[in-house]
Design a binder for this molecule. Structure first.
Ligand SMILES: Cc1cc2nc3c(=O)[nH]c(=O)nc-3n(C[C@H](O)[C@H](O)[C@H](O)COP(=O)(O)OP(=O)(O)OC[C@H]3O[C@@H](n4cnc5c(N)ncnc54)[C@H](O)[C@@H]3O)c2cc1C
Length: 459
């Protein structure tokens, strides 16, 4: 029954259980999540999305929307339902005069960086080139350029959207403004975005890369980072991490396998300015194990860590936002750093001050504008049998920190099991408005394979 042609013209590919390529098409970045959709509609254009959606709606199937497939909870797929897979919808058109980039929904970050770099431009996005631009944007988008230019969603100017009833609309500040507001943080709750128009910024070769210290110095490095970041120029993106030096050629042999803390820099400006900006983060601290900073094309920095975390690893992650990092919080980090369960597991603290904080909390659905740091704890490993160990570590670590956080999470760093209260806490003061917008654009909650915002009950 599922293999019959769609009622509307469809030029993509349909893949169902038993078809060649099914396992490859259904595979997700997070190897911990194993979902078996009834049908995967691999779309080539908006018309395919409309056809697939009409079919799923009529057949009463659960409908998942897949961009880059990077979601931690595997929310780009579903069991026994229809996956509307946008990953074949590629294409980036840069307008260098207007400094904009029109991006098709199936693009990965690296494809956007590649296309914009030749014009000396970049769209602010995350720190891995393999992440899908779609899920990243609709949930937030924190990365190296956040302090300077805001979240990815702060740079969204317009989106083409297929709504639950099959209509195609363009959302912007002037057209469908409520929808445009909700898309900027509300994830895949409001429709299927087929194309994004972004503001791009002058970014070309930056000064960046990682500086690693032995984990014994993590307290000192983190305190220095906390104290100096607020006064650092916004051209400096600098995030802190706790991890293990991977056993790969890119790192000196004597450092491989060492537990470390790291500062990862991206200065959008000349090298001498970058060195000045970074000096306060180094002065008086012990010598690092590795200093791999230097001038680097922005797309290369974005892709630097891709080989270290290939698709298919098992992930369990939890996140929170912090306005401040007290000494007590730093001690909690150190205690859990000492218990890292596997060499892949990590904790990252991304700065989201500067341009992110200048956007009023109610201006977009993404409300965590008072926070200074976005934290993610990721238990990661190659082996499924370590799933319990990585999950327990991430949950225990998070449970100790959460009382010190600002209460809400980041939809792009939630698994699928965090519950409705956590989603409501994440949206905070914007939650009720989101529910009202949902009632207008998706009253039947057709788009519910996500961090779901239930439609407000209207009378
Ligand atoms: C290795 C790694 C690094 C990461 N780094 C960062 C980072 O630096 N900064 C950051 O902010 N986040 C980061 N993330 C988190 C990332 O933003 C989320 O995982 C995001 O959901 C990925 O988007 P995707 O399109 O790849 O995901 P998918 O799994 O395809 O989709 C995720 C969600 O978005 C919805 N969705 C996807 N496309 C559309 C669309 N076109 N229209 C409507 N709804 C859609 C889906 O329904 C689903 O709920 C990272 C994730 C990984 C695994």
């Amino acid at each position: 029954m599922l293999q019959r042609p769609f009622a509307l013209p469809f030029r993509g590919e349909l893949t169902a259980p038993g078809d060649g390529g099914y396992d490859q098409r259904r595979g997700l970045y997070n190897g911990l999540i194993d979902k078996r959709p009834a049908l995967i509609a691999h779309c080539t254009a908006t018309a395919d999305v409309v056809a697939a959606l009409a079919y799923g709606r009529e057949a009463g199937l659960p409908i998942a929307i897949r961009g880059g497939g990077h979601n931690g909870g595997g929310l780009g797929s579903c069991d026994d339902g229809l996956v509307i897979d946008l990953s074949g919808m590629k294409g980036v058109r840069v307008d260098p005069r207007a400094r904009t980039a029109r991006v098709a929904a199936g693009c990965l970050q690296g494809e956007v960086d590649h296309a914009t770099h030749v014009y000396g431009l970049a769209v602010p996005s995350g720190i891995f080139s393999t992440t899908g631009i779609s899920g990243l944007t609709l949930g937030g988008g924190t990365g190296h350029l956040s302090r300077a230019f805001g979240l990815t969603l702060d740079n969204l100017l317009e989106a083409d959207v297929v709504l639950a009833d099959g209509r195609i609309v363009t959302a912007s500040e002037d057209r469908e403004p409520d929808l445009f507001w909700a898309l900027r943080g509300g994830g895949g709750n409001f429709g299927i975005v087929t194309s994004f128009l972004f503001r791009a910024h002058p970014v070309s070769t930056v000064f960046g890369g990682p500086v690693f210290w032995d984990i014994a110095h993590a307290g000192a490095v983190l305190r220095r980072y906390r104290d100096r970041l607020p006064a650092a120029p916004e051209a400096l993106g600098l995030f802190f991490g706790i991890k293990t030096v991977p056993p790969v050629d890119m790192f000196p042999e004597h450092t491989r396998g060492r537990r470390v803390c790291v500062l990862i820099a991206c200065y959008n400006g000349p090298e001498d300015e970058a060195r000045l900006a970074l000096a306060p983060f180094r002065r008086g601290l012990p010598d690092p194990l590795i200093d791999a900073t230097g001038p680097i094309p922005f797309p290369s920095l974005q892709a630097m860590f891709d080989p270290l975390l290939p698709p298919g690893l098992h992930w369990y992650w939890k996140g929170d936002f912090f306005e401040a990092l007290s000494d007590e919080v730093i001690d909690i980090h150190l205690a859990h750093a000492a218990r890292i369960p596997t060499n892949y597991s990590l904790m990252h603290l991304y700065p989201i001050d500067g341009a992110v904080q200048r956007v009023p909390p109610r201006a977009t659905a993404w409300s965590r504008r008072h926070a200074r740091w976005s934290m993610v704890i990721a238990g990661i490993d190659t082996e499924r049998e370590n799933a319990e160990a990585i999950t327990r570590w991430a949950k225990d670590y998070w449970a100790d920190l959460h009382p010190h956080s600002d209460g809400g999470g980041y939809v792009n760093f939630l698994m699928g099991d965090e519950g409705a209260d956590r989603v409501a806490a994440t949206y905070g003061e914007n939650y009720d408005r989101l529910r009202r917008v949902k009632a207008v654009y998706d009253p039947q909650n057709l788009f519910r394979i996500n961090q779901n915002i239930p439609p407000a009950v209207t009378h």
